[in-house]
Design a protein around this ligand. Structure first.
Ligand SMILES: Cc1ncc(COP(=O)(O)O)c(C=O)c1O
Ligand SMILES: N[C@@H](CCCC[NH3+])C(=O)O
Length: 436
């Protein structure tokens, strides 16, 4: 029997998928998305505590993705009108949507009122005034969570840290701004502060930072009960659970993050004689990150003897910004040479006009040729969602695979799409004849 030299992904031949849909291409294993979602939900159910798992749609938002999230019983975290609009297009139940953002506009908040979404995560004083105005305008009560920055520095890249005192997100505990915001909110008749929110950062492996955040939150909740008779019926602990990109990464199984959070919440609530709140989390990366690969076609190579061999692919920082932005590391294989010995170490370059557009440094591969297919693993989170049009490359297509069938769920952009908002310039008469 011939042994295939091709990468199989979600039971399908990756090289055939590249041929069928073209490259660059994101391919998602829908069963893996479901499995990740269920790991969180099952873990909470085992603990028997009230909970919500809200998928952070910033990690990857598309109508198809949100249909799967809905079907798996997830709630949804959105951070913009665009993400909210996508959710509504996917018929996501409004009451299970939570709106985030450190600079929500009046229009965004208004849209949240119009759709009557589940809750708004309040981030700053400017927003409180707008929400207050909107409750009167719509004659509508609104549920909010108070986003606090607990003063925790988790171990991750500086750009994806969010729980430290010096952060653009949320109300700081240390300076007393969080307490001031709470006082302001509970004075409003139509604003129902259902609880608090904290998100300490992203791609975090250790549970210690989350546990510390829970402790800080409950210290504060105890004070707020004594001072204002405030009870949090929800404590949202954000997302940020790390995943494996390369051999260097050692994330915990998802249920262990849940276990660490739930046991600390129970401990803190018991110790301080506070009622056990509903525990909400907002994972993005850990639901979709390891559920996708990106397929590229290899084009040019440049060998600098004794120094480095650059192998260029037909995508790059336009479809995966993470290496350029955070020096994020990825692993990849040559999808049509799976059984060939690795003979050389090369660096994978993107095709954007930037020296920093490198997808992977020093990857061991078989001898490659133009036309080979490179498969980069774990690109399901913050790949498509952070894709951009730099150098006017159209955005890639997205394919879902489930039960041995492939489904195109986001079409590849065309050149027409790229210029569809461009308008011709009516050159003023005064400028005519200048460069004839
Ligand atoms: C408020 C908030 N919630 C949830 C997430 C999702 O994080 P992750 O994708 O790391 O789970 C983020 C992103 O870091 C965030 O800022
Ligand atoms: N976009 C980031 C993390 C998300 C930050 C959201 N607060 C990444 O790719 O790792």
């Amino acid at each position: 029997m011939e042994i295939s030299n091709h990468l199989m992904f979600a039971g399908m031949d990756a090289v055939e998928l590249a041929k069928k849909y073209g490259t660059p291409l994101y391919v998602y294993d829908v069963n893996k998305i479901r499995e990740n979602a269920r790991s969180f939900i099952d873990a909470f159910q085992k603990w028997g505590v009230p909970f919500q798992v809200a998928y952070a749609s910033k990690a990857f938002s598309s109508i198809a993705m949100l249909q799967v999230a809905r079907q798996e019983g997830l709630s949804l975290d959105v951070v913009s009108e665009g993400e909210l609009y996508t959710a509504m297009k996917a018929d996501f139940p409004a009451e299970r949507i939570h709106l985030h953002g450190n600079n929500k506009s009046y229009d965004e908040l208004n849209m949240a009122f119009e759709y009557q979404i589940g809750c708004i995560v309040v981030d700053n004083f400017y927003e409180i005034d707008m929400i207050s105005h909107l409750t009167r305008k719509h004659g509508q009560k609104v549920k909010v969570l108070l986003r606090i920055t607990p003063g925790i520095e988790a171990h991750t890249h500086d750009y994806i840290l969010t729980g430290q005192e010096d952060s653009k997100f949320g109300f700081d505990l240390l300076s007393g701004q969080a307490e001031q915001a709470l006082r302001q909110l509970i004075d409003e008749n139509d604003i129902d502060v259902i609880g608090v929110h904290s998100h300490i950062g992203s791609q975090i492996f250790e549970t210690a930072g989350f546990v510390k955040a829970v402790q800080k939150i409950f210290e504060e909740l105890e004070k707020w009960r004594d001072r204002y008779h405030f009870t949090a019926s929800v404590v949202n602990l954000g997302g940020g659970f790390g995943i494996k990109y390369t051999e260097e990464d050692d994330p915990k199984p998802l249920d262990q993050y849940v276990g660490a959070l739930v046991s600390e919440v129970k401990h803190q609530a018991g110790k301080r004689n506070l009622p056990l709140p509903e525990i909400w989390i907002e994972p993005g990366r850990s639901i979709v990150g390891d559920a996708a690969i990106s397929l590229y076609t290899i084009g040019s190579t440049k060998n600098i003897p004794g120094l480095r061999k650059y192998v260029s692919v037909d995508g790059g920082m336009n479809d995966n910004l993470r290496p350029a932005l955070y020096q994020a590391k990825y692993h990849a294989v040559v999808a049509n040479r799976m059984n060939e010995p690795k003979t050389e170490t090369v660096s994978i370059a993107g095709k954007c006009c930037e020296s920093g557009d490198m997808l992977i440094w020093d990857l061991d591969v078989p001898t490659v040729q133009s036309g080979d297919i490179l498969a980069v693993f774990s690109t399901g989170a913050y790949g498509y969602s952070m894709a951009n049009h730099y150098n006017r490359f159209p955005k890639s297509a997205v394919v879902f695979i489930e039960d041995g069938k492939d489904h195109l769920v986001v079409q590849r952009e065309t050149y027409k799409d790229l210029v569809k908002n461009d308008l011709p310039y009516q050159i003023p008469q005064t400028s005519c004849n200048v460069h004839k």
